[in-house]
Design a binder for this molecule. Structure first.
Ligand SMILES: [Zn+2]
Length: 290
């Protein structure tokens, strides 16, 4: 276990890149074999746009990487954070470290991005994708990448996660994000079973429905426990039939397929949700949400 953490503590950038690229490759291949919805679209053109946003995220993260390493060193030197308050075996430290990192730097910031109007305008870019697939996981405005980075720093301070656990978390976070965005169809029972622990593809697709109230549900990235605990969990019986991806305020292709416009959206006027009627939405208890 110690060797595992030590490996991630000193993980070379090339290995981290390999994890990211191999995840993209595996899920891209799976999308060709077991697609959830048989959407007809230009896959490479769609991927190229989203890969542009992966590059801006990489630039932001590389630019701030020093602060992340320094924060982790600071918490270790000064014994700051939850993991320094309690004495735990290493395996439990890893699990609690990952849970706290996921809660603060994924669930919490994602919830805030949906609730604070000016921050939502940065997150809109992610939601405007009308063809959700593995590359959608890469689609984030550089401003959103900065917000997420700040919350990663806060998560390290609160959890006291050493750099090894932070690196395990970041690798898991990238893989799970690719997995739950991928346009893949798992056997319904397997997806359901997974969703009790992890954010499954069917669970996250609900979050990409084009209108409220479903857009404001299922904020989790790695662990599904936060949505269940904070009552933001929702499900639909048949994702491929009941869901329409995108955002009701930005359904015109000139708005969501143009990089210049996507970068400019945070500086355009706020548009309230239209709440257009579509299909039947139900929460986990089968209650009608529309
Ligand atoms: Zn969202």
């Amino acid at each position: 276990m110690e060797t595992f953490v030590n490996f991630f503590e000193n993980i070379p950038t090339v290995y981290r890149t390999a994890i990211l690229v191999s995840g993209l490759f595996i899920f891209w291949m799976m999308e060709g074999i077991i697609p959830l919805s048989k959407i007809s679209y230009k896959r490479y053109k769609h991927a190229a746009l989203n890969i542009f946003f992966m590059l801006t995220t990489v630039i932001v993260n590389l630019g701030f990487a020093f602060f992340l390493v320094r924060t982790s060193e600071y918490v270790a030197e000064n014994q700051v954070g939850f993991l320094y308050v309690v004495v735990l075996p290493l395996w439990l430290k890893i699990i609690i470290g990952l849970l706290l990192m996921d809660l603060i730097s994924a669930y919490l910031i994602h919830w805030i991005l949906h609730k604070v109007k000016w921050m939502w305008k940065f997150h809109i870019i992610h939601h405007t994708d009308t063809k959700v697939d593995v590359t959608t996981s890469l689609r984030a405005h550089p401003g959103e990448s900065v917000f997420r980075f700040v919350f990663t720093i806060i998560a390290v301070m609160v959890s006291g996660a050493p750099i090894g656990i932070v690196m395990i978390y970041q690798s898991m976070s990238a893989m799970l994000s690719q997995f739950n965005h991928a346009n893949i169809s798992l056997p319904a029972k397997l997806d359901l079973l997974l969703s009790y622990i992890l954010v499954s593809p069917n669970m996250h697709k609900v979050h990409h429905h084009f209108k409220q109230p479903l857009t404001d549900t299922n904020y989790g990235n790695i662990f599904s426990v936060w949505d269940r605990l904070f009552n933001t969990f929702a499900s639909v019986d048949s994702p491929e039939q009941e869901l329409v991806y995108g955002l009701d305020t930005h359904m015109e292709s000139r708005e969501h397929e143009n990089i210049a416009n996507l970068l400019a959206i945070p500086f355009q006027k706020y548009r309230p949700p239209l709440n257009a009627k579509f299909g039947s939405e139900k929460n986990s208890a089968g209650k009608n949400l529309s």
